[in-house]
Design a binder for this molecule. Structure first.
Ligand code: ZN
Length: 212
């Protein structure tokens, strides 16, 4: 699922041509990714080899031969930014060994969202495919527990609240020995009509449990 987000929302990769050969199909796959929007702020973080400016193998002097740049989508309160992890690659002048810092460990490999919390309106593009994916998973299980409840919602300018409806569709088969990941799909409507369960659960094939 999170790999889908990488495909949709984006990794940003750039490799210096001198940094090493890459199979053409690999390059094509990378460039097929949708790039992160130019409008996002960029912040560079450099990663130098731990050994400093001498070769780990022979102690010889290093020269820069290229760099890898990996763009990671980070979430700050109310906004997103792209942290460009820049990792220069060095070649030893004596033995030609290549030295380069490793990428820092990411919380979600391949997915490329950074560790910050996802928030703000800008998160919608990222969150909607994630929510849809969770929803598909929740509704694909053998058993679903559905519940809904009315909830008072502020109605600005009207001097009163309106009755909205919130529902939850829970997939959790662990009490029955299931090993699939549990998931909850939440939804809401700003009126009391509620999302008709017939439509929401149209494709659900399993056992539906609900409080009458
Ligand atoms: Zn060397």
């Amino acid at each position: 699922m999170l790999a889908d987000i990488a495909a949709a929302g984006g990794a940003e990769d750039a490799e210096d041509d001198t940094a090493g050969a890459e199979a053409p199909q690999e390059k094509a796959r990378r460039s097929a990714r949708k790039p992160l929007p130019d409008s996002l702020l960029r912040r560079d973080v450099g990663h130098l080899p731990a050994g400093g400016c001498s070769c780990r193998a022979c102690g010889g002097a290093l020269r820069k031969v290229g760099e890898d740049v990996t763009g990671i989508l980070e979430c700050r309160p109310g906004r997103f930014e792209v942290v460009r992890h820049v990792r220069p690659a060095f070649s030893c002048r004596t033995c030609e060994a290549i030295t380069q810092a490793a990428m820092p460990a990411l919380p979600i490999e391949r997915g490329r969202p950074g560790p910050g919390p996802v928030s703000g309106r800008a998160g919608r593009d990222l969150l909607e495919p994630m929510a849809a994916s969770i929803g598909r998973h929740a509704l694909a299980g053998p058993r679903l527990h559905a519940d809904d409840t009315p909830m008072a919602m502020l109605a600005p300018g009207k001097g009163r609240t309106r009755t909205a409806r919130v529902w939850a569709d829970l997939r959790d088969d662990r009490p029955f020995g299931g090993t699939d990941l549990p998931a909850v799909l939440y939804g809401s409507r700003p009126d009391r009509k509620g999302e008709p369960p017939q439509r929401r659960l149209r494709d659900f094939q399993g056992l539906l449990q609900a409080d009458a």
